[in-house]
Design a protein around this ligand. Structure first.
Ligand code: CP
Length: 316
């Protein structure tokens, strides 16, 4: 693998999932693979799981990981080419990315969308500038429109929690939130469910929250959450802001919060969320603290997803 930005970079999703699951069984089986290699982890936005799980994954491969919170500790970056830099930005991404490419064997980057300019966000300007100028493989730690390490984790989590011969029904449901959030996690989850192809995939959301069709693909769309959840084997809960009315909150209906009552017509569905989650806004305490929630082991699987991706890039 040359980079890890989306499913387009993955020759075979099932194979990558198998590699990750093998690392879960035997974390140190490739402990020499990353010897004398360094991973640079560049954060323009906060993180708990992505940062820590990727550091642990690198360590398991014998690789050094250096974390740089560039938004707080670095120079203000200019992302546009050809500008007169007489404003607030101090360093151009051309030099910054190229210099970091001199220090690291792999560069991993988190860069959230601004949610103001749809075109700028959906062309992935920021991460593409790093890819263009770094000169080393780039791994997305979540970009403006996608979160592939989370989605690979979610495929692993569904696979290890499903032993039946039929395809599981997986429902990704929108839930309310107090802030306007990116579409990166739901876009990415949809992209990976479609690429994996091993699930019956449904997306439930209020009208106006349709995702970009290039990600939702052939998923069945439901505007009635109760109907969508009937017979679900997995419920993937996530808020996102509107793609159509870009970056706006157009619904705050609390009845979309996932409660035990909402789960009663599911097939005792396992409940997933990428975290962090706002309790009693997105998912009720009774669900998160109950037997159907698998959010913590799901987050645990972030290590194996990151380890699989780093190992495939190290192997070239
Ligand atoms: N799910 C996830 O990416 O968590 P963090 O934002 O804490 O990294």
């Amino acid at each position: 693998m040359k980079q890890f930005i989306s499913t387009a970079d993955v020759p075979s999703v099932p194979r990558l999932v198998d590699i990750a699951m093998n690392y879960k069984k035997d974390p140190f089986s490739d402990k020499e693979l990353g010897k004398n290699k360094t991973l640079g982890m560049i954060f323009l936005n906060p993180s708990l799981r992505t940062r820590l799980s990727t550091q642990v994954a690198a360590k398991n491969l014998g690789m050094e990981a250096v974390v740089f919170n560039i938004d707080k500790e670095g120079w203000a970056l200019e992302m546009n080419d050809g500008v007169v830099m007489n404003g607030n930005t101090t360093e151009h991404v051309k030099e910054a990315a190229a210099v970091m490419g001199q220090y690291f064997d792999i560069l991993a980057i988190r860069t959230f969308p601004g949610l103001k300019d749809k075109q700028e966000d959906y062309t992935e300007k920021y991460i593409n500038q790093f890819i263009k100028y770094a000169g080393v493989p780039v791994v997305s730690l979540e970009s403006a429109t996608l979160h592939p390490l989370q989605s690979l984790t979610d495929v692993i989590t569904i696979k290890e929690n499903w032993q039946q011969p039929r395809k599981p029904k997986v429902v990704m449901t929108w839930a309310p939130h107090v802030k306007a959030l990116p579409q990166a996690v739901p876009n990415s989850f949809a992209q990976w469910m479609n690429a994996w192809g091993e699930v019956d995939f449904v997306i439930a959301h209020p009208e106006g929250y349709e995702l970009d069709e290039k990600f939702s693909g052939n998923a069945r769309i439901e505007y009635n959450q109760d109907k969508a959840l009937e017979g679900a084997d997995f419920v993937y809960v996530k808020n996102w802001s509107s793609y159509r009315d870009y970056g706006k909150i157009t619904c705050t209906d609390p009845s979309w919060m996932v409660t035990n009552d909402k789960l009663k017509h599911t097939n005792a569905a396992k409940v997933m969320h990428c975290l962090p989650v706002r309790r009693n806004v997105v998912i009720a305490d009774e669900v998160l603290d109950g037997p159907q929630s698998i959010v913590v082991p799901e987050a645990g699987n972030r290590v194996w997803a990151a380890q699989a991706v780093l190992s495939e890039i190290l192997k070239g």
